[in-house]
Design a protein around this ligand. Sequence first.
Ligand SMILES: [Zn+2]
Length: 78
Amino acid sequence: MPSAMGFCVPTDTIGDMEPQLRRPTRRACERCGRVERWDGDAATWRVASEDGDKQVGNPYCIHEWDINGRFAPFEEPA
Ligand SMILES: [Zn+2]
């Protein structure tokens, strides 16, 4: 019987683990240099500031996000 989510999440990997650890918290555009940080409270991306300057990049850019680190939503089986 298919689940409503379309896939099955092993319940032993969620719950008391910090879900933020499994999500990217920063992303940068490879095209225009825009940098955003994840605001967990607002559940949205916000423009990051570095050295006092907002890394807004090009507002007309079709951003191509380079997520820092490896983002794997599921663990690869060993
Ligand atoms: Zn961009």
